[in-house]
Design a protein around this ligand. Structure first.
Ligand code: GLU
Length: 304
């Protein structure tokens, strides 16, 4: 069994929205939790736009997200980074994984995998087929997977609980470079977080299931492991995640919205009329922020 998590010296957090819609209440929660956690520990907080998956991008939504964050009073350190500027870095990481013989090309289609595996765990069909790596050839029609051993990855989520996942049993060898020539979410976030020296990752519960995969990649590439905290997801009364897909409303930057978000995160911020302006709100929230008060739940209903 491999144990994850190292105690970092300096706090560097981040918010990494995908530009696939407006900033809505659900993404505001992730931004707020990561920001308040960083600032309450005199940490730095970076903003990264996860725009690697061009097919999911909605034109100009990066600008809208940035504008909304500014209006809400968020202040980031350093220049905003874009994943689309980091392709060379992902390439290097992929080459490193190929070099240590941890990855292999896979030509299986989704339908084939479905036929072979009822639970969706990749059965390793292409592991020993010996397909040669040739990522520079745009005509090749395969994905690249990383081999996973039957070991349990354990990490202590700061909000939720002790998490454990056996990747071989629960996921199988997973994709790090997609068939459509896009680096996978799992590989790209790990590389970016490492290069930005991120020490703390505070994000939505929907990503907790990706964490063991990301820790595994970090271990294989020799990266230090950040600490993780997953906040509950804001869902509608029909249990639908508030996301761009469910047409969640764009948030406004009014103090009442910020107060509501902080209350959702379990913080005792009082009433919106207690604050003269947004700066006043942030100063107070960062002073009283207590991550232990964030509800240890997967999701919470909200009217937004
Ligand atoms: N870009 C991802 C998203 O918007 C989040 C990445 C992360 O926090 O690891 O869902």
């Amino acid at each position: 069994m491999k144990k994850a998590n190292l105690k970092p010296k300096h706090y560097r957090g981040r918010f990494a929205p995908s530009p696939s819609g407006e900033l809505h209440f659900g993404s505001l929660l992730a931004a707020m939790a990561s920001y308040a956690d960083a600032r309450s520990q005199d940490g730095q907080w970076l903003l990264r736009i996860d725009d690697i998956d061009q097919a999911r991008i909605i034109k100009d939504s990066d600008k809208h997200i940035i504008e909304s964050l500014e209006q809400c009073g968020f202040q980031w350190d350093e220049k905003i980074s874009y994943q689309s500027d980091s392709i060379e870095n992902y390439n290097k990481a992929l080459e490193q994984l190929i070099k240590i013989d941890l990855s292999y090309p896979c030509s299986c289609s989704r339908a084939q995998i479905k036929m072979l595996s009822e639970n969706g765990v990749y059965p390793g069909t292409c592991r020993d087929r010996g397909i040669e790596h040739n990522i520079d050839n745009s005509a090749t029609n395969y994905a690249i997977r990383i081999k996973v051993p039957s070991e349990t990855i354990i990490f202590k989520d700061k909000i939720q609980h002790l998490c454990r996942q056996n990747l071989a049993q629960e996921v199988g060898d997973f994709i790090i470079f997609r068939r459509d020539k896009v680096f996978s979410y799992q590989l790209s976030v790990v590389v970016d977080d490492y290069l930005s020296q991120i020490t703390h990752i505070v994000r939505g519960f929907d990503l907790i299931d990706s964490t063991a995969r990301q820790i595994y990649i970090q271990q294989q590439l020799g990266y230090p492991l950040p600490l993780y905290a997953h906040i509950p997801l804001a869902v509608t009364d029909k249990q639908i995640k508030l996301s761009k897909l469910s047409q969640a409303k764009k948030i406004d930057s009014e103090i009442p919205t910020l107060v509501l978000a902080a209350q959702f995160l379990g913080q005792e911020v009082g009433m919106d009329k207690d604050y003269d302006n947004i700066a006043d709100f942030w100063q107070h929230l960062c002073q009283i922020w207590d991550i232990d008060k964030v509800p240890k739940k997967e999701k919470i209903e909200t009217l937004n």
